[in-house]
Ligand binder design. Structure first.
Ligand SMILES: Cc1ncc(COP(=O)(O)O)c(C=O)c1O
Length: 489
């Protein structure tokens, strides 16, 4: 029997993604698009391997993963058949009772649930702010890990220096120069993700009763980190160019805040990128009033068209910007490598606090990352990721246009991973739609989670446009639109 043309898979034999992953994704797309309906028999592994000119093990691995993720059922002697995922989904257990009542959701409860759902094969999740698993550089990182272990042996399995591995500090310093930041490695601290850098700064620099300015909406972990800390939070109004400086100026006059936290580049959750002129005015305003800026720049690498303006840290006339970045969004969230660049006056305190909290970030991961960065593979990886993101954002835009109700609005960001969607104000709220969407096997992040206490927002939702290939995006948004219609009743 010949292999149907549906399986004429064009394989990228020199790309980052292993061949078995490419075959697996292709088959998932066929299943999700309905091109391979339930009970369809897949070609035998030997036959498909011959057809594609790959080793049979490659196809066996792809089928094994499809089997493990319940896309197909493979039985020795009988072959592999497409499973009925809709029927499976309706047989799945319902979501935990706490999540059925949106009023119960706290940020960390939602986060834990979001990460759990993102790992489930029967749910298409647009919720988490993580990079797409199919774009992670598995082979290149495996080579870097092996190289480090072979060259350095047990030395890299020991505790490392508190400030970070010297090779990685050098690599970060070189990267910062490309962002127009002239940094000395002696002002850098490598942390366990950007998350730890943020926690370290907020806990070390701020005291009970201090006043802090936050964008509104903003990164929900920072809202959580400041909750019940005795720190007084003031919310700054934002528009299409980021935070409004007249409002910042007014809040400075009224409250003399110690620190402003913001993500000026491809903000979470709105995707907004602050233009250069506003950045320049902001750093001048902050320098004049001795306001510390905590700049979170974790989405910087993920521009789509042209690179964003330089970070605030590069533009500031004063040494008052704490710069935080890392390698989770652009490369490897699981390696947990972030860093902060501290003003001279704050470095010693931050370094001491880091030592108490964590001793040091993982040495093996740091050295492997330094090796990977050193070999120039990062630039190629980013090109590959940006090309995929451009396609995925286009697919998201087309799917929202095609399926969502007429009065829905959304942002088309110039980078990062988020589309910020506003549902029609006369229809159901985002939390009501969430419950219906979960029943149809799709999730997103409801917008109210990103507003600090006291604010409410019921019709926004955050979608990660970068997580899935175009066919899955279309399928997911079709389901989301159905969930909206079901919620409206
Ligand atoms: C704005 C922002 N900052 C920091 C982080 C945490 O990054 P990491 O995984 O490096 O700890 C995230 C992750 O979602 C984020 O969105």
């Amino acid at each position: 029997m010949s292999v149907p043309t549906l399986f004429d898979i064009s394989l990228d034999r020199h790309g980052e993604s292993p061949l078995y992953q490419q075959i697996k994704r292709h088959i998932i797309t066929l299943i999700e698009d309905g091109a391979l309906p339930p009970l369809t028999r897949l070609p035998a592994t030997r036959q498909l391997a011959r057809h594609l000119g790959v080793n049979r093990i490659t196809v066996v691995t792809a089928y094994a993963e499809l089997n493990a993720e319940d896309y197909i059922s493979s039985q020795v002697g009988r072959g592999s058949f497409v499973l009925d995922r809709a029927a499976q989904r309706s047989a799945q257990s319902p979501p935990p009772p706490s999540l059925r009542d949106p009023a119960d959701w706290s940020a960390h409860q939602f986060n834990r649930e979001m990460m759990r759902l993102a790992r489930r094969a029967d749910i298409l999740s647009f919720a988490p702010g993580m990079p797409a698993t199919d774009l992670l550089p598995v082979e290149a990182y495996r080579r870097a890990l092996n190289q480090v272990l072979r060259a350095a042996g047990s030395q890299v399995l020991q505790y490392g220096p508190v400030e970070g591995d010297p090779a990685l500090l050098q690599a970060i310093t070189a990267e910062l120069r490309r962002f127009e930041i002239q940094a000395r490695p002696q002002r850098l601290l490598v942390t366990s993700g950007a998350e730890q850098a943020l926690a370290l700064v907020l806990r070390t620099i701020l005291r009970r009763g201090d006043h802090v300015l936050l964008e509104n909406p903003t990164y929900l972990h920072v809202i959580d980190l400041l909750a019940s800390s005795g720190i007084v939070v003031h919310l700054v109004r934002s528009d299409a160019g980021g935070i409004c400086l007249d409002h910042v100026a007014r809040l400075i006059q009224m409250h003399r805040p110690r620190l402003l936290y913001l993500t000026p580049t491809f903000q979470n959750p709105t995707g907004v990128c602050m233009p250069l002129a506003r950045r320049q005015q902001l750093v001048e305003l902050a320098a004049r009033h001795n306001l510390l800026i905590l700049e979170d720049d974790v989405y910087r690498h993920l521009w789509l068209g042209t690179p964003p303006p330089p970070p605030l840290r590069a533009l500031s006339p004063a040494d008052n910007v704490i710069y935080v970045n890392g390698y989770s969004k652009c490369l490897l969230p699981g390696a947990r490598i972030g860093y902060l660049l501290a003003p001279t006056a704050l470095y010693a305190n931050l370094s001491a606090a880091h030592q108490t909290l964590d001793i040091a970030a993982g040495e093996l991961q740091q050295r492997a990352l330094a090796t990977y960065l050193h070999e120039g593979q990062f630039a190629r990886h980013l090109q590959h990721v940006r090309a995929a993101h451009r396609q995925r954002l286009q697919a998201m835009n087309e799917a929202l246009l095609a399926h969502m109700p007429a009065d829905t609005k959304w942002s088309l960001p110039t980078g990062g991973v988020f589309t910020w969607v506003q549902l029609p104000s006369t229809g159901p709220s985002a939390t009501t739609v969430y419950v219906h969407a979960l029943e149809l096997g799709v999730t997103f992040a409801p917008g109210h989670l990103f507003y600090a206490a006291g604010s409410s927002d019921s019709h926004h939702l955050r979608l990660n446009f970068a997580l899935h290939p175009p066919a899955a995006i279309h399928d997911g948004i079709r389901r989301l639109a159905r969930a909206w219609a079901n919620a409206r009743g």
